[in-house]
Ligand binder design. Sequence first.
Ligand code: HEC
Ligand SMILES: [Cu+2]
Length: 366
Amino acid sequence: MLSMFLAPEIKEAAKAVVSNAAAAAPAVPAAAPVSVPKLPPLETANSWAMPTEASTFAESTDNLYYFITALSVIFFVLIIGAMLYFMKKYARRSEDQKTSSLTHNGKIEFLWSAIPAVLLVVIFAWGEIDWIKQTSPPPDAIDIRVTGRQWYWQVDYPDYPGVTLTSSTEEPLITMMVPKGRPVRLIMTSEDVLHSFYVPAFRVKKDLVPGRYTTLWFEATKVGEFNIFCAEYCGDRHSSMGGVIKVLEPDSFEAALREAAKLEQKPVESAADFGKRIYTRRGCVACHTLDGSAATGPSWKGLYGKEESLVGGETLKVDDNYIKESILQPKAKIVAGYTAANMPSYQGQLDDKQITAVIEFIKTQK
Ligand code: HEC
Ligand SMILES: [Cu+2]
């Protein structure tokens, strides 16, 4: 995780140190690999530099930042410089030297109030103008809906019915696609806790609030793939709530979007393998583990055929119909110890063939 924030030179140096140490040390059995949630790589090679500027907001935001930084440096040098100079110049020369009496200097006092006031107004006006731009999406913007859940993003395209993309806690998936040079408006909400949609390369960030819609807009200026992060601590896998936003030329946008959202069984693929792809690409992975450990939802290990206890004390044997019902109407039968509110209904989002594939995949998880 940390290593992705390091510049390549540092990484190389660290590798050299590690391999030298390995050569010197006696052979020890390798420790079991620690599973670390995967995030997309940062798009900047140099971790000291600003992220790539990839939206119409980026340049002005950066310029304001540089302006404030430069002002801070200039005033730091002026104030500390004057302080050192006066310390030396007016140092007490002898034990009995008395401070001469001081009145005040109207001109200087006026200047040291007026100059900072003017600079603060400049900073305020600059920020305010940018803020107004960033909060007023143009009327021709493409609408995209974003839903935050612990711990993944779901992205729906109302203008392209049936198109849904998600992020995954396991792999850097294309989570959102947008055309270059077209304004895009995100209408966002959360189904559980506060999340925050953050794209550093676009210099945009906005909270997703349960029970309310928030909007955010941007216009991408560079073709490429950029990071999405959740910037609001939202639970123990918050740090894996990342995604990838892909910017395309407008003429290839729609075809690529449909292709990316397509979730069909490939000719060579078994139903179980197809089910596994649905598991990662439709968010199930964020809540259901395969290793027996409980997450937001129950693990799928050994699920098929087992006796499941439900809220209310009933038990039933897990079969195809129960799994299908759990996917389409999660509230119908609730597993003891869990909240149905946490499982989104996939009614209208997964067709029968996809559900069958998921069932086949669950069967393989013994
Ligand atoms: C945001 C979290 C979340 C996501 C995403 C999610 N689930 Fe669930 N799921 C739950 C919770 C919580 C329960 C238990 C409550 C209930 O039974 O409704 C559950 C229960 C289930 C059950 C019943 C499990 C049992 O032990 O009896 C199945 C089957 C299931 N989910 C399938 C899926 C599939 C398939 C997907 C993806 C297409 C999915 N879930 C996505 C949270 C989630
Ligand atoms: Cu989050």
